[in-house]
Design a binder for this molecule. Sequence first.
Ligand code: IMP
Ligand code: MG
Length: 175
Amino acid sequence: MERNTVGEVMITEEQIRMRAAEIGKQISEEFKNEDLLLVGILKGAVLWMADVIKNIENENMSIDFMVVSSYGASTKSSGVVKIVKDLDVDIEDKAVIIVEDIVDSGITLNYLKSYLAGRNAKIVKICTLLDKPEGRRVELAADYIGFTVPDRFIVGYGLDFDQKYRQLPYISFLK
Ligand code: IMP
Ligand code: MG
């Protein structure tokens, strides 16, 4: 039996690009006159982040990145997230949109959202490529969702399994 091979294409590059254009347009309209900061969560969000920001019209937009990691699987439910790389910029009074690859348990984003709000951002929103609602362990709703996926292990378009498959230009799953 084959193990850990990539399954069929679930979401194509074209579908992702089209959705990024829609969401980018929506963000442009909603944050027209705002000092806007998009915060990509490395590494998973890189491809999606690139697609979304190309579609944002706002002369006062900038980007930054964070690296976060969970404090090991056994303590995951505690909701403790370690910040490996923090923001380079001050976010006071900025409209911040966190850009993530997937919301699963919701623990990472729940933590990040309150962390950034606590640094006096004007508003903190979440833009995720994928939402896996069946995985939720804490209540967390993303504001901009590319696609909703079933409770499977997803790979591709930034999402990895053991650091592999991030480069796939489509969303698939492990089988
Ligand atoms: P959460 O804190 O459980 O919501 O998960 C956040 C992180 O777990 C995501 O940013 C991903 O890096 C990883 N993750 C969750 N589900 C998947 C998946 O299906 N494939 C790959 N990575 C995943
Ligand atoms: Mg991630």
